[in-house]
Ligand binder design. Structure first.
Ligand code: ZN
Ligand code: ZN
Length: 382
């Protein structure tokens, strides 16, 4: 083992630093992107752009301990290896108008839309809904469905209320209200859980689990935490849900709850991101979740995703590029980007395809759909 420039005979670290980073109380620093993926070196204000020193693992690890990040220098490598996308494109007439992009949701054999005349599917099913109250500049109605298609939830994202509807009986089985405290910072936290249950916010800082269709409360009342719950994104199979929550600072604290353990288990916090939450999130596999944007501060972030693996919640990767609404399907990420539906392979951090001009708003099991001007356009992965 050779002696490194930091003076230690040890394994070479994953990043280079300027010499000023090698002291105990090291200064604030830039992350200088090397041009290989999102790899970076660390340099103080004066040394950004100058030659840097190869150091050991320990010195590399300590470089960011004391000072604060001043942001990124340079640009990340965005890897595109687009090839033809094997899939089936279809268009079918469906003359309904969802209230907005959040008002189309999957059913086992089709799609459900929330329209001015209530809930409508493609087979002529209709169900009138007394819409929850929307007020506030950001408030938006949103539609969710259970995997088996029996239940729908109509909620107010960035608002206070939600209702759960039993579609088989066309009746409201649960009415929810999370109060008004800073609700304009998060979509309504609600997710259907396998076994005829729904997990939803009942206060700004409380989630409760309910049995369906009875509406029976299954969780015991517990002391309330300081967290503002956010959008809940379930993992395939339904073991986990990512709670995109935040806390005063303010900071986003993406957090995973274990739905199998009920809410008794405290869950796992994935990261702390100043001023950053309510970003696109998707499950890549049953245990790996992707959270968009790379970094720890809203003003100092790169477009891309960070990958976290459960149950430990450890960050296992990051790559630049994806930016926009996204879903996961069989190990790949599907992202609505500027040019259409992008397909990314998280394992290598590479874009492998683009469905040009296609901008879906809903997904079920490898089929992506957009409903515009009375036509349902879909792309299904082969
Ligand atoms: Zn320096
Ligand atoms: Zn060293």
């Amino acid at each position: 083992m050779r002696l490194l420039e930091c003076g230690h005979a040890a394994v070479t670290g994953p990043l280079r630093v300027c010499e000023h980073m090698l002291v105990e109380k090291s200064p604030d620093y830039y992350r200088v992107l090397t041009g290989s993926g999102v790899r970076y070196d660390v340099a103080c204000r004066e040394c950004a752009g100058k030659p840097l020193t190869t150091v050991c693992e320990g010195c590399a690890e300590r470089a960011e301990d004391w000072g604060e990040s001043l942001g990124w220098k340079g640009t990340p490598e965005i890897r595109h290896e687009d090839r033809p996308v094997p899939g089936t494109v279809r268009s079918q007439p469906w003359d309904v108008q969802p209230l907005n992009d959040r008002c189309l949701a999957p059913l086992p054999d089709g799609w459900l839309a929330l329209t001015e005349s209530g809930l409508v599917d493609q087979n002529g099913f209709t169900c009138a809904v007394a819409l929850p109250v929307t007020h506030g500049k950001k408030a938006l109605l949103a539609l969710h469905t259970s995997a088996d298609g029996r239940y729908a939830a109509v909620c107010v994202d960035y608002g206070s209320q939600a209702v759960v509807i039993d579609l088989s009986a066309k009746t409201v089985v649960l009415e929810l209200d999370r109060g008004a405290y800073h609700v304009d910072w998060t979509p309504y936290p609600i997710v259907f859980v396998p076994g005829d249950r729904v997990l939803a916010a009942t206060e700004w800082n409380r989630l409760d689990l309910f049995a369906l269709p009875s509406g029976e409360l299954l969780t015991e009342r517990e002391p309330e935490g300081p967290f503002f719950h956010g959008r809940l994104t379930p993992s395939p199979g339904g073991r986990w849900a990512l709670d995109d929550r935040w806390v005063w600072g303010p900071a986003g604290l993406p957090h995973v709850v274990d739905l199998e353990a009920g809410l008794r288990d405290g869950g796992v916090q994935l990261a702390q991101r100043w001023y950053a939450w309510d970003q696109p999130v998707a499950w890549v596999t049953q245990d790996v979740v992707a959270v968009q944007r790379i970094g720890e501060d809203d003003e100092l972030m790169l477009d891309g995703v960070e990958l976290y693996e459960l149950p430990a919640g450890r960050r296992v990767g990051a790559f630049a590029g994806p930016s926009g609404p996204m879903w996961g399907h069989e190990g790949l990420l599907y992202v609505v980007g500027a040019d259409g539906l992008e397909i990314w392979e998280p394992e290598r951090g590479v874009r492998i395809g683009l469905v040009k001009g296609f901008r879906p708003t809903a997904h079920r099991d490898g089929t992506f759909v957009a409903l515009n001007d009375g036509v349902l356009n879909s792309f299904s992965v082969d």
